[in-house]
Design a protein around this ligand. Structure first.
Ligand code: NI
Length: 183
């Protein structure tokens, strides 16, 4: 397994509509395992393939593991290949963040409950009913597979402010890197 490089906004790969996986073979399983390791390392609760530069319809989610960093907590890992939302119900507002837009957290409205159909790591079809955080994470990650970032769910003004804040954070991080290099 390997930790992959996470792609950051505004990299254009994050706006691509991803291709379905034709066959869940060993190379796909390798990618899935690397994505899981990358997600835990970050740490994050979800990661979609375009976030590691691969435009395939794959996402991994574990809303348990990253609750307590470094502690042994129960894992609730889900692998979704070619996921599709087949039912959505209700509305919930959740503060979201994204490994590709570090430092930015904004409230987003989503369906409160979804039913998702997908293939698992063995290529077997399954369905899952999800509520609250898992439902939010699924919608966020499946959006990634369609090239949609959570910022696009914000009003124009809020999105502009969020991007401005993000660019400031990026500039600050670059400055700190330069300082480190100079030492
Ligand atoms: Ni994200």
């Amino acid at each position: 397994m390997a930790i992959l490089d996470i792609v950051f906004f505004p990299d254009p790969v994050l706006q691509k509509v991803c291709e379905p996986v034709d066959e869940v073979d060993d190379s796909i399983r390798q990618l899935v395992d690397d994505m899981v390791e990358t997600m835990y390392d970050a740490p994050g609760i979800g990661l979609a393939a375009p976030q590691v530069g691969v435009t395939k319809r794959i996402t991994v989610i574990d809303i348990q593991r990253s609750d307590e960093e470094g502690e042994e907590v129960q894992s609730d890992l889900h692998v979704f290949i070619n996921p599709e939302i087949i039912e959505r119900e209700g509305q919930i507002t959740w503060e979201e963040g994204c490994l590709s837009i570090p430092g930015v957290y904004e409230k987003v409205k989503r369906a409160e409950r979804v039913v998702v159909r997908a293939l698992d790591r063995d290529g077997e079809p399954f369905e899952i009913e999800a509520e609250e955080l898992l439902a939010v994470a699924l919608q966020h990650e499946i959006d990634h597979l369609d090239g949609v970032l959570f910022l696009e769910h914000l009003s124009h003004l809020k999105r502009r402010l969020a991007i401005k804040k993000y660019k400031k954070l990026l500039a600050k991080a670059a400055e700190e890197d330069e300082d480190e290099d100079a030492q």
